[in-house]
Design a protein around this ligand. Structure first.
Ligand code: FAD
Length: 401
């Protein structure tokens, strides 16, 4: 009987096993995860769960009975430590081994603790990262009203946690390495909009590089190039690093992620990679791309299952992500550059608008901010060439552009 082993316990892994069974795969199927929880979705960790509005059952992909009834052998709480490609075997940290005919790597990312060396003070009590449910539980437990929270980093997770912490009545300082958070991703226009949103909700956003955290007389002290400030709780939100070690030691081709083709096969034809660790060839963008988003984990999981079933699919899905911060809900589709020109459709002041990114006339990306049911139409516009004055003209319906 054929045997497929999936390494990882996140959304991408769950998506692979769900789709395989959905497609009628009846061979042996195992999922190995270092985490003790059943696979769950991570976006609520910085939003609904941290706000106290959602609980793990709300974002667990399938309950235990689903895996039992679909004959998926779960190996939770145990890490895979190496892949013996010649023997087609995976060694696990508990000393056991799993044979495979086909293997899927879905080992995702971990929170960065700093560049080459961890940031001084990263392991002090009260200093957190946010990647797992366990991280979110300990952060939620300490996120008290009135607490002084320091968020180091102004990427997605930092800004989302800053918003949630304010909503929970904490005093929040964000240490941003750049003057305008997220400008490196979106350019200054949307970055400034997000900055103003946070400032008007009482977040103190400082342009400063944090050098370390110290414990002084029983409280934390954040040391930055703009001085030192006291904090009750610190979140290090300084990026995520793909878990590539297994792939590297197995001799797979690795660049910024595991290099896979458009059907998600790695340099070893029996091994696929999906989700945050996969640097896949995107046929719509005609380039290799590694994407750290929820939607990508689901879709690549499905495509990997199709490839395992012998189909000749290819990954042509434009990157998509969403975020929620205060009263701003946003969806983004495409792959824009901060150097692209931007066009706004609607009124930024009102908080409800669309934004387009353009390289010349070509639309590279688009976002809907507090306007819903527009993202599918925006997806259809990405890649097209449309004059800016038409894009911004409210008299022309979006679908008629
Ligand atoms: C707090 C937070 C908020 C987010 N919010 C959003 C959002 O709003 N919108 C959005 O689009 N995206 C968001 N994301 C990103 C999104 O969650 C990720 O892109 C997605 O989780 C990737 O799924 P994955 O399965 O590839 O990897 P992961 O979710 O990282 O899962 C990898 C799994 O593999 C396990 N693993 C690693 N190494 C081994 C090993 N050697 N052996 C066994 N198991 C191993 C890990 O323990 C983990 O269970 C957020 C992420 C976080 C952390």
């Amino acid at each position: 009987m054929e045997s497929i082993v999936v390494l990882g316990g996140g959304l991408a892994a769950a998506s692979v096993v769900s789709e395989l069974r959905e497609r009628g795969y009846t061979g042996a199927l195992s999922l190995v995860s270092e985490e003790t929880e059943l696979p769950y979705e991570r976006p609520p960790l910085s939003k609904g769960f941290l706000q106290g509005k959602e609980e793990p059952a709300d974002f667990t992909v399938h309950d235990a009975s689903w895996y039992a009834s679909h004959d998926v052998a779960l190996r939770l709480g145990v890490a895979a430590i190496s892949i013996e490609t010649a023997k087609r075997q995976v060694l696990l940290a508990d000393g056991s081994a799993l044979d495979y005919d086909q293997l899927v790597l879905a080992t995702g990312s971990r929170a960065s603790l700093g560049g080459g060396t961890p940031m001084p003070g990263y392991d002090l009590p009260g200093v957190h990262v946010l990647r797992t449910l366990a991280d979110a539980k300990s952060l939620r437990a300490e996120l008290a009203e009135g607490a002084q929270v320091a968020v180091v980093g102004s990427g997605w997770i930092g800004m989302e946690v800053a918003a949630t912490a304010r909503q929970r009545g904490a005093r929040v300082t964000v240490y941003s390495p750049s003057e305008i958070p997220l400008a490196k991703v979106f350019g200054e226009r949307l970055g400034n909009h997000l900055l103003e949103l946070h400032q008007s909700n009482g977040v103190d956003v400082r342009t400063a590089r944090v050098q370390g955290i110290e414990e002084v007389d029983g409280h934390l002290q954040v040391l930055s190039d703009a001085g030192s400030s006291r904090a009750d709780l610190v979140l290090l939100a300084i990026g995520a690093l793909p878990n590539l070690q297994l792939a590297e030691t197995a001799g797979l081709q690795v660049d910024s992620g595991v290099v896979v083709d458009a059907s998600l096969r790695s340099s070893d034809a029996r091994i696929l990679a999906v989700g945050d660790i996969a640097q896949a060839f995107n046929t719509a963008l005609r380039r290799q791309l590694r994407v750290e988003h929820w939607d990508n984990a689901i879709r690549q999981g499905k495509l990997a299952a199709a490839t395992l079933a012998g189909e000749e699919g290819s990954y042509d899905w434009l990157p998509y992500f969403f975020t929620d911060q205060f009263d701003l809900g946003m969806e983004y589709v495409g792959h824009g550059s901060p150097e692209d020109t931007t066009v706004v459709r609607g009124d930024m002041e009102s908080g409800e608008f669309l934004m387009f990114w353009q390289d010349g006339l070509k639309i590279t990306a688009a976002a809907n901010i507090n306007i819903w049911d527009a993202n599918d139409t925006l997806r259809g516009l990405v890649g097209r060439e449309i004059a800016a004055d038409r894009l911004s003209d409210p008299a022309i319906e979006l679908k008629d552009l």
